[in-house]
Design a binder for this molecule. Structure first.
Ligand SMILES: [Zn+2]
Length: 386
């Protein structure tokens, strides 16, 4: 056998050696990665536990640039930071994902959606608006559009908010008419304040095309007609309000008084409030009713009404009024004591809210068309007497 022949015999051995070497290199690489990755995770976790959020963010951003599976971790962390009110940390995480070109499209769009929410939470409405708009045509379009509408509400950009709600309705099939009607009412109220009657009228008409049963529209129509002393239109608006949302009449007690005084029938103001109170039995309604009764029927009749209602529905606030009214016919000493007790009762009930949100329970002394607690439209109601 020649030397050349012998070399051929060594070939399989050479291939085996090369394969073994390649495998070793590969295993070493994998082992190094496996050892380094958990260390980085734990380092990030440690920073997180020590409340060193900046260093935790750096650590996790570094992991995700080397490990594509860490993207989900980063997204989860970003949401967590935002929920805890750490908006700048959340923004840094989401912005770093949006800026990277190696992140898959679906993950980058999710990061974009999260980033828009960070801007929204930070009150950076202009930037939130731009990012939400950039999500049109993506899987997040419908959610982004609804959130965009909420940004535009906060900016009082009613026309743009209406367009956004219409897109939400098209994309999701969920009716948005009640909310859109409120946007038109906001436009109408602004027009009313600057004495733009034509602007107010057209905004209210537009609101009705979205919600025929809007009590807010009827309230505004009533207010405008009373201001113009157009009693016929005011009466028609009140009768519509009574048909669609009679409980809202307590919000328009002054306008109803002006209307019936204008018609020379103040007794009807009282009847209107008594009718609402019989149905809704709220503390605000009772207060308005006794105010009206004192003005229209006088002290004696008002007291009789008050006692009748309080026997059935106790109210510390109105009990104070009872004492004050009774004090007027008593001698000085007794009157002073009764007035003092009435004042104590009033102070104790001063913070009793007249209205509450049916969705989240937020309480307030005044009515809100949009709940400051949960941002729901028309979720407020007069709090019933206990
Ligand atoms: Zn609420």
């Amino acid at each position: 056998m020649t030397g050349i022949d012998a070399w051929w015999l060594l070939l399989p051995l050479a291939f085996f050696a090369l394969g073994w070497l390649a495998a070793r290199v590969d295993i070493r690489f994998v082992l190094r990665e496996a050892r380094s990755l958990p260390a980085q995770y734990f380092r990030g976790l440690n920073f997180l536990l020590r409340q060193e959020h900046d260093r935790a963010v750096e650590s996790f951003v570094d992991i995700s640039s080397r490990d594509p599976h860490a993207l989900d971790l980063q997204l989860a962390l970003g949401s967590l930071f935002r929920q805890q009110g750490k908006i700048s940390e959340a923004t840094r995480i989401h912005q770093s994902l949006v800026d990277r070109h190696d992140v898959p499209k679906d993950k980058r769009e999710l990061a974009q959606f999260e980033l828009a929410q960070d801007f929204h939470a930070a009150g950076l409405f202009d930037r939130a608006e731009v990012v939400y708009e950039s999500l049109r045509g993506t899987a997040f379009e419908a959610d982004a559009e609804a959130r965009l509408a909420s940004v535009l509400e906060q900016e009082k950009e009613w026309d743009k908010a209406i367009a956004a709600r219409q897109r939400v309705e098209r994309l999701t099939g969920t009716p948005q008419g009640r909310i859109i009607a409120n946007y038109h009412c906001e436009i109408a109220e602004a027009a009313f304040l600057r004495c733009d009657q034509a602007g107010m009228h057209s905004a209210l008409e537009a609101a009705l095309t979205h919600n025929r049963n809007s009590g807010r529209v009827r309230l505004l129509q009533l207010r405008a007609a009373v201001k113009a002393e157009d009693w016929k239109v005011a009466e028609a608006a009140l009768s519509e309000l009574e048909r669609v949302q009679p409980e809202l009449i307590v919000l328009a007690s002054d306008d109803v008084e002006s209307l019936f005084r204008g018609l020379g029938q103040p007794q009807r103001w009282l009847e209107q409030l008594a009718g609402v109170q019989a149905e809704t039995r709220s503390s605000v309604g009772l207060s308005r009713l006794i105010d009206a009764s004192l003005k229209v029927e006088g002290r004696e009749a008002a007291l009789r009404r008050l006692k009748r209602v309080l026997a059935d529905q106790p109210s510390a606030r109105e009990a104070a009024r009872w004492l004050e009214l009774e004090a007027q016919v008593h001698g000085q000493e007794a009157a002073e004591t009764m007035t003092a007790v009435a004042q104590l009762l009033r102070r104790a009930t001063d913070r009793t809210p007249g209205f509450h949100c049916r969705q989240c329970g937020f309480q307030a002394p005044r009515y809100y068309w949009k709940c400051p607690g949960c941002n729901q439209w028309e979720s407020f109601a007069a709090t019933p007497l206990s």
